[in-house]
Design a protein around this ligand. Structure first.
Ligand code: GTP
Ligand code: MG
Length: 195
């Protein structure tokens, strides 16, 4: 899809179970990643908005699936984060049920895995990457929080992330900073090419 106006966006709904999932013919791009990695911040940066996707300094806050409609053409879908140790067993169960019904029933055009550029990805990240690669949709990885890294470290960290996740060379791995705006154009190109 050529030229999507990312400055034209609305929050649509927050789905707590599958009866609320949206089904229409628009393009769908999902964002997943560890709790607190910056999923909501990346979405805010893409949309040039301060807090359309709620950002929290406390991890584990987004337990719903949030839909944002962009330019009437596509949905950005903010999935709840995983891997936060202090979440109760019941909440973890709720997370898996919600994600399972989402990935089982929903058609997705593109999946974006967000990882922390400073660290080796976790086992959960690797599982999510494998899941997304087998889903048959376009796939990209965003290495967020590069503003917290020395410039000289970015390239080597990004290569280490690619190696750890075992993603092919043709899959985009985008160094990003939701804080500074770095990587926004590359992520927009990926989304436009997938939709
Ligand atoms: N320095 C820096 N901080 C960031 C960046 N992106 C996000 N943060 C901070 O990281 C924290 C978590 O950001 P969120 O966007 O709420 O993370 P999330 O992945 O949506 O978290 P959950 O919804 O709880 O899973 C906040 O304090 C953000 O300000 C970034 O690129 N650089
Ligand atoms: Mg969030």
């Amino acid at each position: 899809m050529a030229s999507i106006n990312f400055n034209k966006a609305d929050f649509v709904l927050s789905a707590a179970d599958k009866s609320q999932f949206i089904h229409d013919s628009r393009c769908r791009v999902v964002f997943a990643g560890r709790s607190n990695v910056g999923k909501s911040s990346v979405i805010n940066r893409l949309l040039n908005r301060k807090n359309i996707a709620r950002v929290s300094s406390e991890p584990g806050k987004t337990v719903h699936i949030n839909y944002f409609l962009v330019d009437e053409k596509l949905y950005l879908i903010d999935l709840p984060g995983y891997g936060y140790a202090k979440v109760s067993a019941a909440e973890k169960m709720r997370w898996s049920d919600l994600m399972e019904s989402f990935f089982a029933g929903e058609e997705i055009d593109a999946a974006v895995l967000i990882v922390d550029a400073r660290h080796q990805p976790t086992k959960d990240d690797k599982m999510m990457a494998e899941w997304m690669m087998s889903a048959g949709c376009r796939f990209a990885v965003v290495a967020n929080k590069t503003d917290k890294l020395k410039k000289s470290m970015i390239e080597s960290n990004v290569s280490a992330i690619r190696e750890f996740l075992e993603i092919a060379e043709d899959i985009p791995l985008i160094p990003f900073s939701a804080e500074m705006g770095y990587g926004r154009e590359a992520l927009i190109s990926f989304i436009e090419s997938a939709c």
